[in-house]
Design a protein around this ligand. Sequence first.
Ligand SMILES: [Zn+2]
Length: 364
Amino acid sequence: MSELKDMKIMIFPSKYIQGDGAITFLPEIMEKYGDKPLVVATRSMVDTANKLMAGKGKVLKFGGECSRNEIDRIKGIATEMDATAIAAIGGGKPIDACKVAADELNIPIIVAATIAATDAPTSGCAVVYTDEGVYVKVLYQKHNPDVVLIDTDVILKAPVRFLISGMGDALATFFEANSCERSGSLSECFGLRTKTALALSKLCLDMLLKHGRQSVKDAKKGVKSEAVESIIEANTLLSGIGFESGGLGSAHSVANGLTELPATHHLYHGEKVAFGVLTGLQLYDELGIVDEIFDFCVDIGLPVSFEDLGIPKATDDEIFKVAESCYKYNFMSHEPIDVDIDKIIAAMKKTDEIGSAKKLAKGK
Ligand SMILES: [Zn+2]
């Protein structure tokens, strides 16, 4: 008998709108779903949200954490006003909290991302934390967001580090999807991969390598360009579709393992993932591309050494702790080769060695 996990499965957001001024379409879009919109905005976007909605429906300030309490608070207000749809304006946490609230209330969810650093805008899953910010679990929604709005102008107003971090996360997309395909592992929507998912994850990598460096130069000057638009698309749409319908592997295992060390807590998710990509390529590099990826990371400012990670004098105990923690998350077993703790430790040390030498050679 067939099981769902034996099927090729692919999931997408229903509509994706990217460009200068995209957020101004929010009231018009919300109106299509009904006359009682609830907009949840991150603190810095509350004024913008109020101006945009001009008294239509309700604007709520996000509480700061994607926790069960905050999700229930949003649900309570939505229920009280009989909301016809929920919109989230902000980064990963408000987006995730609203995705869960709308899913549990069975009403549409519209997402307006203010940074291009995470996969949250397009995905159909959300990471839930305690009120204090400790990881609890991932919740899966019945479907991905109804509409995703990415406003180039808004993204460019955020610090460039978010865009760079997003590239670190996006950098993992092809390698992890490819590893899952080779090992026959399940994707993050719990199925096998379509050719479409694999092709999009490769497009993601190609776009990063082609436009990544230029996008950083342009974004630092606040210049809207083809490079910036391409990287916003790679970081949000391609990376989002790619990780969900492609799968995760060693890069996210190492990134999650690094969270065991408090000294790395200042890093964004994608920055840790970038170091995970480089470590993973020491273990399995089908394309023979590791040197090119090192150069890319050094050039755009992603971490390539223990020093970059905030652990310049990493001890063997600390490295062991990270390597051991890689197994807390099942993704390491998605690699098509035999991996053990010793191999991960060796790969991390090699990455630090090569990365440090590259930085020295490039005078960074
Ligand atoms: Zn990620």
